[in-house]
Design a protein around this ligand. Structure first.
Ligand code: THU
Length: 166
């Protein structure tokens, strides 16, 4: 029996080391966290998607008393982008998140962001993958953390051996 390996190579850097374009996209994702509706989890997630037409479309998690009816920041952004610009292709997505839970009150806002990035949930990975497949080229994923950022080369690299067609 053969053993196969699935290897994902990602980049780690500090926010300041990102390109100006990537820093701008991250700033849009960070700003979007303020638009999260997260009264249940107090966990605010923002996402910003750069399209090949130069537009940036953003989203934030939207919770619901009937919890499965809410949605994550990533899907909020990608469905919005798909609905507004149906012919545009995704190029990059940046994601940022913060919570006040577990942190002292009164810190500067920036310090409520996660030190290490959060990573999209499984459902968001699958949803985003559809747009990467439509784009026909990799969609870079920039995950923001105060102490470190991770850059994944594609959505598929976040979802190894993924389901794309039938
Ligand atoms: N959440 C996101 O928006 N993105 C993720 O990748 C993980 C979780 C949201 C969903 C919910 O509103 C809150 O974070 C807590 O799970």
């Amino acid at each position: 029996m053969k053993e196969l390996q699935i290897v994902t190579v990602i980049k780690e850097c500090r926010f300041e080391e990102l390109s100006p374009e990537d820093r701008f996209l991250v700033e849009r994702a960070k700003a979007m966290t303020s638009n999260a509706y997260a009264p249940y989890s107090q966990f605010h997630v923002g996402a910003a998607i750069l399209l090949d037409n130069g537009e940036i479309v953003c989203g934030a998690n939207q919770e619901n008393a009937a919890s499965p009816s809410g949605t994550c920041g990533e899907r909020s952004a990608c469905f919005q982008a798909g609905a507004i610009y149906p012919d545009a292709h995704f190029r990059k997505i940046a994601i940022a998140a913060w919570t006040r839970i577990g942190k002292p009150e009164g810190l500067p806002d920036e310090e409520y962001f996660q030190d290490s990035p959060i990573s999209p949930c499984g459902a968001c990975r699958q949803a985003l993958l559809e747009y990467e497949t439509r784009a026909g080229s990799p969609v870079e994923v920039i995950l923001y953390g105060r102490k470190r950022c991770y850059i994944f080369p594609s959505i598929a690299s976040l979802l190894p051996y993924c389901f794309t067609e039938y």
